[in-house]
Every structure is written in C-alpha cells, then in structure tokens.
Design a protein around this ligand. Sequence first.
Ligand SMILES: NC(=O)c1ccc[n+]([C@@H]2O[C@H](COP(=O)([O-])OP(=O)(O)OC[C@H]3O[C@@H](n4cnc5c(N)ncnc54)[C@H](O)[C@@H]3O)[C@@H](O)[C@H]2O)c1
Ligand SMILES: O=C(O)C[C@H](O)C(=O)O
Length: 317
Amino acid sequence: MVKVAIIGATGQVGSYAAHAISQIPQIKEVTLFGRDGNQQYLEGLSRDLVDSFAARGTNTRISWSCDEKDLRGSDIIILTSGVARKADQSRLDLAVENGKIVASFAEKIGRTASEALLLIISNPVDIMTAVALKYSGLPPHRVFGLGTHLDSMRLKSCIAEFFNVHVSEVHTRIIGEHGDTMVPLWSATTIGGIQINNLPAFSHLPKDKIMERVKTSGSLIIRSKGSTVYGPGDAIATVVRTIVEDEHRILTVSAFIKKEVHDIGSVCIGVPARITRGGVFPVPIKLPDDELEAFRNSTETIRNVTRQVFEALEERE
Ligand SMILES: NC(=O)c1ccc[n+]([C@@H]2O[C@H](COP(=O)([O-])OP(=O)(O)OC[C@H]3O[C@@H](n4cnc5c(N)ncnc54)[C@H](O)[C@@H]3O)[C@@H](O)[C@H]2O)c1
Ligand SMILES: O=C(O)C[C@H](O)C(=O)O
C-alpha cells in the first residue's frame, strides 16, 4: 500500500489533487503538508476530505503536518508549493521566486525522504523539476514534473471535438516546455489507431487555432476563475495511478533527458516517458525535422532560464 505526501496542500491544486488521488485504491494514506501557520486550514481541509471519503466509501487515511519529519516513509511526494501566475504573466516570470521555494523543499526531501518519487507541479514546471533534481540529490528517474501532460490532454480534447470522436480514440502528445514553446507531435497523433494525416478531414483541422487555444488555456482559466484546478488535479491523479499500479504507460512528463531525443540532453523537459513504480524513464524517439527543430528551440529556452535560476540560487547560498 502506498503513502503519498502533498506539499502545498493548502493551495488550489494541492487540495484538489488530494481529493483526486484519494480515489486510487492502493493509496493507503495521504499527508497534507503545509507551511507553519497553516495548521488550522490543514485541520479543516482534512476534516472536509474525511467527510467526502465517508460519502464516497473511500478508505484512504488523511493526515496533515507542517513538520518535515512527517515526509519520512512517503512513497510519492507531490510538490505544488509556490506562487501562481497572474493571467498576464508568463509561467517563466515565476522562475526565481518559485526556484527558492522548490530548492528549500527539495533539500528537506533529500534529508528525510530520499527513497520517494518526487512529482513537481510548481511552475515553471520544467525548470522547477531541474531545481528539485539538483537540490534533492535524488536520482533523475525519481524526480519528474507534470510537464506537458496537461497540455497533451488539452490538445486531445480539441482533436476529439473536431473529429466528433470519444477522447479515448485520440492519441497525441505535446513535448517541450509547459509554456509558449511547446511542440505538438502531429507525427505521433492517431485517431482510432489511424495516423491523423491519413484522415481526409485533417486538411481542415485548424491546427494553429487549436494550438493557440491549448497554449492560452491556463491564462484564460486564471483570468476567468482565478486558477486552474480540476485539469491539473486529475492530470496529477493519472500520473500517480500510473505509478502505483506500475502500469508502464507512456505519459508526457518533464524528465531529465540525456540523449533520448536525437543528441539533445542535460535538461529537464516534457518528453514521452515510461512511468513505473520504480520511476520515470524517457523513451528514445526520433522526430521529423520540423518537430525536432521546434523541440530544440524549446529546450534552449528552458536551458537558458534554468541556468539563470541556478545562478540566482547560488547567490542565495
Ligand atoms: N504544472 C502544471 O500543470 C500546473 C498546473 C496548475 C498549477 N501549477 C502551479 O502550481 C503552483 C500552485 O498553484 P495553486 O493554484 O495551487 O496556487 P495557490 O496560491 O492556491 O497555492 C500555493 C501553495 O503554495 C504555498 N506557498 C506559497 N508561497 C510559499 C512559500 N514562500 N513557501 C512555502 N509555501 C508557499 C501556499 O501555502 C499554497 O499551499 C503554482 O506555481 C502554479 O503555477 C502548475
Ligand atoms: O497556466 C498556469 O499558470 C497553470 C498551469 O500551468 C496550467 O497550465 O493550467
């Protein structure tokens, strides 16, 4: 049975993720982890979740803590702490501020829960994954971020709507930055198992418009209702279920790549990765030239900002 801790559980994404993952039968206990001063909120949140579980017939145990010692024994730690962007900000604008928060939690995790798998949600998620990897000291296959999984789901629903098919018939992925330079893999997109460009209607698919919608989904939701909650929360639950059931599904998460995508490496970025109980393993792939060039451009953006954040964090030390 599995024990999961959510750091940043008092936030919008952390609290809904706690609800979503608690429906996974193998999860025995979820610990809501928050900052000192948030005890009252955490007690209220845990009571609210316990009521929900009773109503649903869910057997997961809920606990809460502000003490890093209680991270010990966690199989999976989900890190959602950090500031969220305003609708007119880029996720990259949060890099230094959230880098400090993520580095500090990563150090705690390295000290107390070095056997855990660490799933990063805080934005900009690719860069925060690199920060968590460096400051936790955990091996690369046990530190990964939500990456472009949510973007891939957004693209999937747009394609399903256009072709008027069930979402489960659409397989697609977006790789690269969880941000403006993300790269849709049309070459890896199928509907009902058929390569999308072999479908006559593909020539009418408004690809640019769809990608604009995917890229601006987060800011539109933030402008409309303050934050994105259900999309990320359920995307997190999918990743966690894939881990605990050792499914070996291939999801597009932010992982440290060495040479899996042509010769590009030494960066944490959204790539297809096999997700197992033991960790996350990027799948070696070859891309057509246009997608490769776009991915290279995306990795350069992430690499540059990661470098700047590492420099800022070194000044802190
Ligand atoms: N990767 C994704 O797909 C994705 C999706 C949604 C949100 N996010 C990111 O997740 C993060 C949380 O989003 P949210 O909507 O839950 O925000 P929120 O403001 O509702 O919650 C923020 C959480 O971080 C904690 N926190 C804030 N500043 C802190 C600090 N200095 N030290 C320790 N803890 C601190 C808060 O206590 C709270 O628990 C943001 O960075 C957001 O951009 C990522
Ligand atoms: O857009 C955001 O800032 C939140 C998150 O990254 C999202 O894509 O929903």
